[in-house]
Write a protein that binds this ligand. Structure first.
Ligand code: SAH
Ligand code: SF4
Length: 356
C-alpha cells in the first residue's frame, strides 16, 4: 500500500521525483501507455539502477480484474479490485463493428465507460450506485488505469481510437482535481494520446464545478444528466437539485466553451408515468433554447426493489419524435448490456450480494 501509483502522475511530476533526464520520463510513458508494460524490469532501454529505484517506489497498475462478462450485444463489463479491496466497474461498449466504408476497411469503434468514485454522494433515487452510499474518490491513476487496462486487455494498437466517457460509478465533478488530472494523463501525446475531444464528462449538475471546468478550457465534451424539466421532480430524482437547481445548471452550461462542431449532450432518463409525457418534452425544448444540444433518451433500467418502471417503446418514440420535429438531435440509448446489467453499479451490487 505504501508504494506510489505510477499512473497518478503527469510527466512533469515524475521529473520532480528525480527521474531525469526528460527523455527517461518519455521512455517510461511509452513503455507503460504504448506498449502496456506493467513491470519496470521489462523496460530494457532504462538503466538497471533506475529500474530498481522505480520498482521500490512505484506500482504501475492499481487494478486487479475480478470478473469479466460479455453481453449478447457485445458490451463487456469488468469488475476490478482496488488496493484497499474496494471494487469498481468499467463497461466497454462496441459502438461500431469492423466494416467496409467507401471501399475501405474501417476498424471497430469502442467507448469505455469509466468510474470516478467508489459509490456516490449525490444519491439519485433511480441509481443503484447511490444505494451503497459514498466510499471514496478514485485517484487519477485509478481512473487512468481503467482506460489503460482496456487497451491492454483487448490488445489494441497504440493508435486505436477509443473514446472515454466518465459515466460509470460516481459523480466525476465531485472528484474534480483527480478527474482533471486523469483527463490530462489520458490525453498526453507520449501516453494514451486520447484527446480531450474524445473524452466526455457526464455530471448530475454541480453548477459551480461546471463553470470551473469551462474556465479550464480543456476541450472535453459535456453531458448533463437532466432527467427532469421542473425543479420539484428533479429534486425528487436528484436531491442535489435543491442546491443547484435547473436554472443554475443551464446557466453554467451556457457559459461552457463548446467546440463549434460539437453539442452538449443532455441525458434524460425516461421513467414510466413520471417524466415521459409530451408536456415534459415541450418544456425540454424551451429549456434548451439557444444551446447547441443533443438529447439522449435513456430507458430507465429497473433493478430488484427499484421504485420506478421502464417506459414502453412507443412512449419513448413519441417523445423522441416531438424533439426531432422541433429540430433537436435526439437519440434513444439502447440499454447496452442489459442482460449483464451493465447500467450503473449493477454488477458490483450483484457481487456484493453473493458475498454476504
Ligand atoms: N454521476 C454522473 C455519471 C455517472 S451516472 C451522472 O449522473 O451523470 C451514469 C448514467 O447512468 C447517468 O446518465 C444515469 O442517469 C444513468 N443511470 C443510473 N441509474 C440508471 C438506471 N437505473 N437505468 C438507466 N440508467 C441509469
Ligand atoms: Fe451518482 Fe450519477 Fe448515480 Fe446520481 S446517477 S447517484 S450522480 S452516479
Amino acid at each position: 500500500m505504501d508504494k506510489k501509483i505510477f499512473m497518478d502522475y503527469l510527466p512533469q511530476e515524475l521529473e520532480e521525483f528525480g527521474i531525469k533526464p526528460k527523455f527517461r520520463v518519455k521512455q517510461l510513458y511509452n513503455w507503460v501507455y504504448r506498449k502496456y508494460v506493467d513491470d519496470f524490469e521489462k523496460m530494457s532501454n532504462l538503466p538497471k539502477d533506475l529500474r530498481e529505484k522505480l520498482k521500490e517506489e512505484f506500482i504501475i497498475n492499481p487494478l486487479e480484474l475480478l470478473n469479466h462478462e460479455v453481453s449478447k450485444d457485445k458490451t463487456e463489463k469488468f469488475l476490478f479490485k482496488l488496493r484497499d479491496n474496494h471494487t469498481i466497474e468499467v463497461v466497454l461498449i462496441k459502438m461500431k463493428d469492423e466494416r467496409i466504408e467507401n471501399g475501405k476497411k474501417k476498424e471497430a469503434k469502442y467507448t469505455v465507460c469509466v468510474s470516478t468514485q467508489v459509490g456516490c454522494k449525490v444519491g439519485c433515487a433511480f441509481c443503484l450506485t447511490a444505494k451503497g452510499g459514498f466510499v471514496r474518490n478514485l485517484s487519477a491513476g485509478e481512473i487512468v488505469a481503467q482506460v489503460w487496462f482496456m487497451k491492454k486487455f483487448k490488445g489494441f494498437d497504440e493508435n486505436k481510437a477509443l473514446n472515454v466517457v466518465y459515466m460509470g460509478m460516481g459523480e466525476p465533478l465531485d472528484n474534480y482535481e483527480n478527474l482533471v488530472k486523469a483527463i490530462k494523463i489520458i490525453a498526453h501525446p507520449d501516453g494514451l494520446n486520447i484527446s480531450p475531444k474524445r473524452q466526455t464528462i457526464s455530471t448530475s449538475g454541480i453548477a459551480p464545478k461546471i463553470k470551473r471546468l469551462g474556465e479550464e478550457n480543456l476541450g472535453v465534451n459535456l453531458a448533463i444528466s437532466l432527467h427532469a424539466v421542473d425543479d420539484k421532480l428533479r429534486e425528487e430524482l436528484i436531491p442535489m437539485n435543491k442546491a443547484y437547481n435547473i436554472k443554475s445548471v443551464i446557466d453554467a452550461v451556457r457559459e461552457f466553451p463548446i467546440d463549434k462542431r460539437k453539442k452538449v449532450m443532455f441525458e434524460y432518463l425516461v421513467i414510466k408515468d413520471v417524466n415521459d409525457d409530451l408536456e415534459s418534452a415541450k418544456k425540454l425544448v424551451k429549456l434548451l433554447n439557444g444551446i447547441p444540444s443533443k438529447v439522449n433518451l435513456i430507458y430507465f433500467n429497473p433493478y430488484p426493489g427499484s421504485p420506478y418502471k421502464r417506459p414502453d417503446e412507443e412512449t419513448m418514440k413519441k417523445f423522441q419524435r416531438y424533439l426531432l420535429d422541433k429540430g433537436i438531435t435526439c437519440t434513444i440509448r439502447e440499454s447496452k448490456g442489459i442482460d449483464i446489467s451493465a447500467a450503473c453499479g449493477q454488477l458490483r451490487e450483484k457481487k456484493l450480494k453473493n458475498e454476504t
